[in-house]
Design a protein around this ligand. Structure first.
Ligand code: CTP
Length: 394
């Protein structure tokens, strides 16, 4: 661990309760933590909670009996200052040089490179140009400002503005060597639907569980995750940007919009291989004189193959394969033809695992003909195995 003395600044927002968990995680890493609170923060969480966990008195005001200059001493002691949660008001003070309490004064005496700011506030406050201007100013002044996350706000609706989760803060700050930290990972999940008429489609049974488990773990590991979700009913994941799509064409378009900017593409979505040649915009009726109808299908884009063969040398593309027979041989062929770096093979002939289930068993194939086989495991565990393997080839 490089940094030893951590000053944890807690300012007055509801997310202050998360900083208790953050403090506990910092202590687990054997770091010395001095908590500083603004007086508004003490209305959300009592200083006793923080002082008990840090085994140090919380600083929130000047000690009038002290012979030294407390705020400067703290600044000299600090290797790294974490401001979490950082409210709109506190960010405004930092951006404009206002030092009117112990927290803001001591921070002023700390070098900006040592400051890591984790905003948390209502989405309207966050989107306000004044806040955005202040955030930009902190960046211009060499402070590290991290995006707040999407999820449930105290106001009872979902929007941007939540403080980054404590475990992710820890990963971001202390595991920079973690190969996923800061990586931009694009993941597809679910199954596409190709529309026949306004009420019918060609679809598949994919629930999205595998892709969501991958997104969840990658996010926890500090990656910057965008999830393109095809018709999945699963809950959105805090901290993951989710784009909903329906058809394979929409999936292709959204990947196109995001691919140039990503380090890794993981194609876990089940993409339909065919779509109706034409969409009938009125419901197809059953005519009493006709016993059968034909729907002409045409091939969809092979999305994985397209991006596998158009990636640059620094990008990694991971594919999936669903096979029922000659599974290894077919998977090896797919790996080559689609030019992917890693291929996750599912044997879909097995009952109770794979599609729509919580469990799965996979074989992961690599370009150099190595492969790794898992037991039957929860998809959340399979996701970890896949991403740990990805780290090895990143
Ligand atoms: N895939 C894709 N575009 C398609 C079809 C599949 O990007 N039109 C991707 C899937 O997301 C998966 C991989 O290709 O990562 C393999 O999918 P799979 O269904 O196993 O194979 P197919 O390429 O469709 O070939 P086949 O159906 O003949 O096995």
């Amino acid at each position: 661990m490089l940094k030893k003395n951590i000053a944890l600044y807690v300012t007055g927002g509801i997310a202050a309760y998360k900083s208790v968990i953050l403090l506990r995680e910092l202590i687990k890493l054997n770091l010395e933590v001095q908590v500083v609170m603004t007086s508004n923060a003490t209305k959300f969480v009592t200083p006793l909670t923080f002082s008990t966990l840090s085994k140090k008195q919380v600083l929130f005001d000047y000690n009038l009996n002290s012979a030294g200059v407390d705020h400067v001493e703290l600044a000299q002691w600090t290797d790294l200052a974490i401001i979490a949660p950082a409210t709109a008001n506190f960010i405004g003070k930092m951006a404009n040089g206002i030092a009117d309490d112990f927290a803001s004064t001591s921070l002023m005496a700390i070098k900006n490179e040592k400051k890591y700011v984790f905003p948390a506030m209502n989405d309207e406050m966050l989107n306000n140009p004044v806040t955005q201007r202040n955030i930009q100013r902190l960046k211009d002044d060499n402070m590290q400002i991290f995006n707040s996350e999407y999820g449930f706000l105290a106001e009872g609706y979902k929007a941007n503005g939540r403080m980054m989760e404590p475990q992710k803060i820890i990963n971001t700050l202390f595991y920079q060597n973690n190969e996923l930290s800061g990586k931009k990972i694009l993941i597809t999940a679910g199954g596409t639907r190709e529309k026949i008429d306004p009420v019918r489609f060609i679809g598949n049974n994919s629930s999205g569980k595998m892709g969501y488990a991958l997104a969840d773990y990658a996010n926890e590991q500090g990656a910057d995750v965008t999830l393109i979700s095809a018709n999945s009913k699963l809950e959105k994941i805090n901290g993951v940007t989710t784009i909903d799509v329906e058809t394979s064409d929409e999936l292709y378009n959204e990947i196109s919009n995001n691919f140039a900017n990503c380090d890794v593409l993981i194609m876990s979505a089940a993409v339909s291989d065919f779509k109706p040649q034409k969409y009938t915009d009125q419901k197809i009726k059953k005519d009493k004189n006709i016993n059968s109808i034909n729907i002409e299908l045409e091939k969809t884009n092979d999305i994985l193959k397209y991006f596998g063969t158009h990636k640059n040398n620094n990008q990694i593309v991971v594919g999936f394969a669903a096979e029922t027979n000659d599974i290894l041989k077919n998977a090896e062929k797919k790996l080559k033809e689609k030019n992917v770096d890693m291929l996750v093979l599912n044997d879909v002939s097995k009952k109770n695992i794979g599609f729509n289930s919580d469990d799965n068993k996979v074989t992961i194939l690599f370009k150099n003909q190595d492969y790794v086989e898992t037991e039957v495991m929860k998809k959340t565990e399979i996701a970890k195995v896949i991403l740990e393997q990805l780290k090895k080839i990143s």
